[in-house]
Structure formats: structure tokens, C-alpha cells
Write a protein that binds this ligand. Sequence first.
Ligand code: ADP
Ligand code: MG
Length: 253
Amino acid sequence: MTEVIGIINQKGGVAKTTTAINLTATLTQKGKKVLLVDLDPQANATTGLGIDKTNLNYSIRDVLLDECEIEEAIIPTDYENLDILPSNLSLSKVEKQLAGETAPEYILRRYLERIDEYYDMIIIDSPPTLGRLAYNVLVASDSVIIPVQTEYYAMEGVVDLLDAIKEVEDKLYSETEIKGVLLTMHDKREKLTNEVAYLVKEFFKDKMFKTIIPRNAPVKRSAADGIPCVIKYPDSTGAIAYVKFTEEFLERS
Ligand code: ADP
Ligand code: MG
């Protein structure tokens, strides 16, 4: 069975996209066939894999609005076993456009079910909002990974996200497991971030991934290069942490 995993947290800048890209790339290096779905109008996952978002024939927006077949929008990347369903800014208007549809939260799931047999795993990168697109992620996903940056307001919004997961279960009859919570961009030299890490762990307990992703310059640099850090800078502490995290993730699958 294909496993669909959403990377979600409506807070921006917590390393959702970075996690989605490096998890996906590491999974393919371990022999899995993976589709990365970019569900953010900012399209950082698309660019982060070296795809020119200004030069797409079709994007996820066209799929969701039924203007092309999902097979037409999915494109291969430079990496073996790694395809992407790319995004661009045109996705930003879709939330409104979906409003008139019946069961608008189910749209992504319906399309992914058409092609999931081609993949071992589908990873979805989410927008920094808890609107209709995020609900589409929750309904489409078997489980979610919640990246949390260890900074002062880390837990802000997480309670709303947990409520949304519960709401999807109760009202939309779609169960989404929390696969795990991942601490990201951690700077262990800062006292505050260590305190925040402690609080997050107290809250999520065994849901925490043991691996913590350190703040590490090559991770940031690789985003600008359009090449996943685990491929471009495999010896960096950031890449090593993302590989360890992926192994931990696989143990939970
Ligand atoms: P989100 O998708 O949640 O908005 P991003 O993955 O885009 O977050 O990350 C936000 C910014 O932080 C980006 O510039 C990214 O390159 C940078 N970043 C992410 N993880 C790390 C890290 N471990 N070390 C240094 N910079 C990072
Ligand atoms: Mg992002």
C-alpha cells in the first residue's frame, strides 16, 4: 500500500519544505519510488528540486481545478525514482475557487488515489496556513509529520493544528495519524532553544522523533542551489541528521 505523508504546520519558516525535500530525496536513495506534492503557492519544494516554477506546462492548481489530468502535471526530477507534482503562485487563488465544490477537502485525495499505485510513498508539502488546502493535506494523508522550530513561539498554532486533525476525523471521517514531531533548526548553544525543545518533548512525549535537525548553513545553501542538502552536501551535519530522521521515520512506517 502506498503511504501518504503530509508535512504540516501552519507556521511559516519551520522547515516544512526543507524536511519534505530531504525526506523525499533520502527515501529515493534508499530505493523507494516517491512523489513529492507541492501544495504551497510559494512553490519552494518545486524550486528546491531544481524545477523552474515559471515554466510549467501544468501545476497542481490545474489538477485541483480539473483543468488537466494529474498524470500530465506530474514531472520527473533529476533524481531517480523522484517525481514531483509542482506548484506555482497560481495556486494562491484556488482556496476560493474550491469553495463551490462539493466536499472540497477531498479533492486532493481523490486525484492522488488515481496514481498512488505508481509510488511507494507520497510526501505532501503544505502551505503556511490552516485553510482549505491544509485540510486537503489532512484528508489525503495517512499520517503527518509536524516540524517544530525550537524558538520562543514554537507551540503557537500547534494546538489549532491538533484541533484540525481531530475535526477532520470527527466531521470528515478521515483519520490522520501523527507520525511524529520533528525539532528543526535547533541551535544547542542557545539556552532558550534547549528550554523550548524540552517543553515540546514534554507535550508530545513518544510522538517526538529522537533525531533533532540542527541549524546548519549547508541546509540553507542547498535550498538556493535547488538541490536537496542530502545530495549536495551529504557530509554536512544537517544532511546526516535528515538521513537519521528518515531512518527513524521508516522504522515507524
Ligand atoms: P517552511 O516550509 O516551514 O516555511 P522552510 O523549509 O522553507 O520552512 O525553511 C525556512 C528557512 O529556513 C529557509 O530559508 C530554509 O533554507 C532555512 N532552513 C531550514 N532548515 C534549516 C536548517 N536546518 N539550518 C539552516 N537553515 C534552515
Ligand atoms: Mg514551505
